[in-house]
Ligand binder design. Structure first.
Ligand code: ATP
Ligand code: MG
Length: 324
């Protein structure tokens, strides 16, 4: 057994433009677990749905929100809200932010607005997490420009890798044009249910696609994780003994302290792996899970390659917006 420790940086964008893959669930509960480990944490809600805000029990109708920080250059420390955890604050969001995405488009340095807002408070935190919306628009671009690293939750379902080429391309163009030190921290497998035959095939497909970048801790499909937000509580308060709560805690500890791994597994290479491997071996159309003619045989193995339906129109828009 070896111990593997990731090089985790301070500002982390939780992103995947696919909807409903667990970004918000991860953002809320990982923030809380990091806070419970004694870290000072800020969670920035960048999604007009405001689910990270309400999920932490913070009112969405707050007078000052992420909108004011981005559009009116309100200092972040005047907009952040407290939570029931002393060392966890949240920058709330609500539907106003949907308008911000449009208003930002006409502003100077529109990709750098969030970075500018974070810089003055950066030293006050051990971690700053950003929950992003299910798109690769300007809000997510702002998150990538401000971030040190990107954490990608992936739902273990049949189309898990759909859209990943676009995400990686946006990451690469932002790295090239705006934020050279941006890295992919890793992929978190979420809503995993090993009772489903397909799950193992999907997990191994994601692992081979992300060559060494998949975190060891897996977030299971757990009903308590789904219920908690409707009580305005993180899982650690709503159901601290649930499997979901334990998994999130393990994930926080993996990020902070590393994890024991069986060195026969591919993950032993993670420290050397970098994202180039993803793009070189990962050209998505070679993947067997994704859009196109994919089928699964009676052993639950996927048998056919996907076609090339996943090329980056959005990326072109994003890179155009960056180079303008
Ligand atoms: P969006 O793209 O809309 O912002 P998201 O990626 O933030 O979505 P979540 O809101 O975290 O995804 O999760 C989508 C749904 O799945 C929610 O109803 C959530 O409660 C539920 N969910 C998330 N993770 C789990 C899990 N591990 N087990 C069971 N349900 C989950
Ligand atoms: Mg969300």
């Amino acid at each position: 057994m070896d111990r593997r420790k990731l090089d985790v940086k301070k500002v982390i964008a939780v992103a995947n433009q696919k909807g409903g893959v667990g970004k918000t669930t991860l953002s809320i509960n990982l923030s809380v677990s990091l806070a419970e480990e004694g870290k000072k944490v800020l969670l920035i809600d960048l999604d007009p749905q405001g689910n990270s805000t309400s999920g932490l029990g913070v009112a969405k109708n707050a007078e000052r929100t992420a909108y004011d920080v981005l559009i009116r250059a309100l200092p972040l420390d005047q907009a952040r809200a407290t939570t029931s955890y002393e060392n966890l604050s949240v920058l709330p969001a609500n539907m106003n932010l949907a308008g911000a995405a449009i208003e930002i488009a006409g502003m100077d340095f529109r990709e750098f607005l969030l970075k500018k807002a974070i810089d003055p408070v950066r030293d006050q935190y051990d971690f700053i997490l950003m929950d992003t919306p299910p798109s690769l628009g300007l809000l997510t671009v702002n998150a990538f420009v401000a971030a040190d690293q990107i954490l990608i939750p992936m739902q273990c379902e049949f189309f898990a890798l759909e859209g990943i080429t676009q995400l990686i391309k946006v990451y690469e163009s932002i790295k090239n044009f705006a934020n050279p030190s941006l890295e992919i921290l890793g992929v978190v497998l979420s809503m995993v249910d090993f009772r489903m035959r397909l799950t193992e095939a999907v997990v191994s497909e994601i692992k081979s696609h992300f060559n060494g970048k998949v975190l060891e801790t897996i977030i299971p499909r757990n009903i308590r994780l789904a219920e908690a937000p409707s009580f305005g509580k993180p899982i650690q308060q709503y159901a601290p003994e649930s499997k979901g709560a334990h998994a999130i805690k393990d994930l926080a500890r993996e990020l902070l302290y590393g994890i024991e791994i069986n060195n026969e597994e591919t993950s032993a290479t993670i420290e050397k792996a970098d994202i180039e491997n993803v793009t070189i071996r990962g050209d998505y159309e070679e993947s067997s899970i994704g859009p196109g003619p994919v089928s699964v045989n009676s052993n639950g193995e996927s048998t056919a390659g996907a076609d090339n339906a996943d090329r980056g129109i959005i990326t072109d828009i994003v890179s155009e917006s960056i180079s303008n």
